[in-house]
Design a protein around this ligand. Structure first.
Ligand code: HEC
Length: 454
């Protein structure tokens, strides 16, 4: 005991850093808070044997649109081809967990998140509390918590290997290591704690058991408890510079639709496209012209009502799991203007802020991922929680978040570009930094909606 205390007293010295790093296993499967004995299914196993040196994969989604640039007219076919390309694996993962072996199927996870993962499915808390006022048309009667799980395909996992496989305590971020190869696919599954009685939209949805530490629907918090969450959204994003020459990425998302009948792929058939996005439509100032047509977002008009309630700024793509609607405070001549549930983000807008400032790892991301007024600039706008201090919608400062950049161009000069991967810069690098320093990272004090957690 004494020896251990003496060691911790050296906090800040290299010796103490080494001791801390050694105490956290970067490849831990989960937090070890196991389910009770009545759960007899498999437990989550981290897939981290990242491959290297693979040839470019076959990309049927390109062929589906004639190998040209994606448009709002061809986006439905593209989204369908991308969905079909992962159908077999997803059907197994979702409904045949006993047979799921991620490593064998070439699906991989991020390191350093063991302490945040529950043991049944490896789920992470996405957003602790999504307010029911966001879903007035679909009758959500209580708030919910989201639980998320991300898998990278073989092509994408090569990037995880470049960053982490040398020495996981000393990630390689420079020299283009954070860039993804063409054909990289990342899938993110999002579950909600809102059960069908709380939210009719979830009638018949696939339920997964998991050890929950937060449940805004039941109000249960902290002590892990085995409970169910319902599959709401599946994001599929792909690096594809041919189809999306400006940003290099096509972001698509599927949402659960209770009114679609399951076919041979079961619940996978009930996951219908909400839409696709491959740019931020920087030419469309949706504040000056709210009806401005978008050329780089396609939204499925037949998507279920609940999923259409939370689209992003000016109708740019965002899903019910993504929190692109926030309470904002804007400084104006006559004082501050407060707006509840203002659309201030979108898939590519938020993910475009993925970057890492290696010179200031305590802060990590030089700009927040949603429009945030610079300190000083908006003291008059600072209304405090739950309001975010925001530049005026449509202003030059606001539009910084709605540009089209290639993934190897950082949002802020001097930062390492994260190639649209927020898992890396908002979740994994902060967790790594915490393991190295023993101190909570600034980004971890915010929830995924950018609000400070209690
Ligand atoms: C307001 C911010 C925000 C918006 C809008 C948003 N995301 Fe994300 N996304 C995040 C954050 C933060 C993470 C990392 C932490 C996590 O996994 O919860 C993430 C993670 C992901 C991941 C896992 C891998 C990665 O690249 O980080 C995928 C895939 C993804 N999002 C797809 C989408 C899609 C598709 C949309 C739009 C339908 C979207 N996101 C909208 C914030 C956002």
């Amino acid at each position: 005991m004494l020896i251990r205390n003496a060691c911790l007293c050296l906090a800040g010295s290299l010796l103490a850093l080494g001791a801390l790093a050694a105490s956290v296993n970067p490849y831990a499967d989960h937090n070890g808070k196991l389910p009770p004995a009545d759960y007899t299914g498999p437990l989550f196993r981290l897939s981290y044997n990242y491959p290297a040196g693979l040839p470019a994969p076959y990309m049927p989604w390109r062929a589906a649109i004639g190998n040209g640039a994606i448009t709002t007219a061809t986006a439905p076919a593209y989204t369908q081809a991308l969905k079909d390309s992962i159908a077999r694996d997803m059907a197994t993962l979702l409904t045949d967990y006993e047979d799921w072996n991620a490593a064998q199927r070439g699906r991989y996870n991020d390191p350093w998140l063991g302490a945040q993962r529950e043991p049944v499915h490896g789920m992470l808390v996405g957003i602790e509390k999504v307010d029911n006022t966001l879903f007035p048309k679909s009758g959500l009667s209580k708030p919910f918590t989201t639980y998320v799980l991300t898998y990278y395909n073989r092509t994408a996992a090569q990037t995880l290997g470049k960053i982490w496989s040398g020495n996981p305590n000393a990630p390689v971020l420079d020299g283009g290591a954070t860039q993804y190869a063409e054909g990289s696919i990342t899938v993110k599954l999002a579950f909600t704690t809102a059960d069908p009685a709380t939210w009719p939209a979830m009638e018949g949805a696939l339920a997964w058991p998991m050890m929950m530490t937060a449940n805004a629907t039941t109000g249960h918090n902290d002590r892990p408890k085995l409970d169910k969450a319902y599959l709401m959204q599946v994001d599929i994003v792909v690096k594809d510079t041919r189809s999306a020459p400006q940003t290099g990425w096509v972001f698509t998302t599927l949402v659960y639709d209770k009114d679609t009948r399951p076919g041979s792929a079961g619940v996978w058939d009930q996951m219908v496209p909400l839409g696709a996005q491959w740019g931020n439509d920087p030419q469309a100032n949706s504040a000056l012209n709210p009806g401005a047509a978008l050329q780089e977002t396609w939204v499925n008009p037949n998507a279920p009502v609940y999923a259409l309630e939370t689209l992003g700024w000016g109708g740019r793509l965002s899903g019910p799991n993504d929190h692109a609607l926030n309470d904002i405070s804007v400084a104006g001549e006559g004082g501050r203007v407060l707006t509840r549930n203002a659309a201030n983000s979108s898939c590519l807008s938020c993910h475009g802020a993925a970057q890492w400032n290696a010179a200031n790892p305590k802060q990590g991301m030089a700009s927040f991922f949603m429009p945030l007024a610079a300190p000083g600039e908006g003291a008059a706008a600072n209304a405090g929680a739950p309001y975010m201090n925001s530049p005026a919608p449509g202003s030059v400062e606001w539009l910084r978040w709605f540009q089209n950049r290639a993934g190897n161009v950082p949002m802020d000069t001097g930062s390492i570009p994260g190639d649209y991967d927020l898992a890396l810069t908002f979740r994994v690098l902060p967790a790594w930094h915490e393991a190295m320093t023993g101190k909570e990272h600034a980004l971890r004090k915010l929830d995924a909606a950018g609000k400070a957690q209690k």
